[in-house]
Design a protein around this ligand. Structure first.
Ligand code: FES
Ligand code: FES
Length: 158
């Protein structure tokens, strides 16, 4: 049996004290162990952005993180982005602007989009495209995604 390591981690405001194999990625911990399947696995090697979450408020690719590297961290996934029953303004904007087709990339796009604004990297369409370039959309919804981000940025709600 592979040795398990202790991991104390807060996910969407809930504390978890777990034992995990050192090789388990944060993405697999979320999806397979905790059944938080909103975070998607596209490439599993850092190239598509589908697995984007926030770690201590900063966006990160959860497929490139070992779960045990995040001892003591606070993770936010798409499931925890809004508090309560209401959608987060970025979720609302993606719906309004048709920022998705199949939806597979969408949770990662939204987590990145929120971070993009918080980082101060949403001041123009060019800047948004540059700082969202790690999130691939095979359906080509980019123009609508950019419009959604612009609206949230201009609205100042986040
Ligand atoms: Fe993590 Fe593609 S699944 S970047
Ligand atoms: Fe299908 Fe982006 S909406 S991959």
């Amino acid at each position: 049996a592979i040795e398990q390591m202790p991991l104390s981690i807060e996910i969407n405001g809930q504390q978890h004290n777990l034992k995990v194999e050192p090789r388990t990625t944060l993405l697999d911990l979320l999806r397979e162990r905790l059944k938080l399947t909103g975070t998607k696995k596209g490439c599993d090697q850092g190239q598509c952005g589908a697995c984007t979450v926030h770690i201590d408020g900063v966006r990160a690719l959860s497929c490139l993180q070992l779960a045990v590297m995040n001892d003591g961290a606070k993770i936010t996934t798409i499931e925890g982005l809004s508090d309560g029953d209401k959608l987060h303004p970025m979720q609302e904007a993606f719906i309004k602007h048709d920022g998705f087709q199949c939806g597979y990339c969408t949770p990662g796009q939204i987590m990145s989009a929120v971070a993009c604004i918080h980082e101060g990297h949403a001041n123009s369409e060019t800047e948004i495209r540059e700082f969202m370039s790690g999130n691939i959309c095979r359906c080509g919804a980019y123009a609508n995604i950019v419009n959604a981000i612009k609206e949230v940025k201009e609205g100042g709600a986040i």
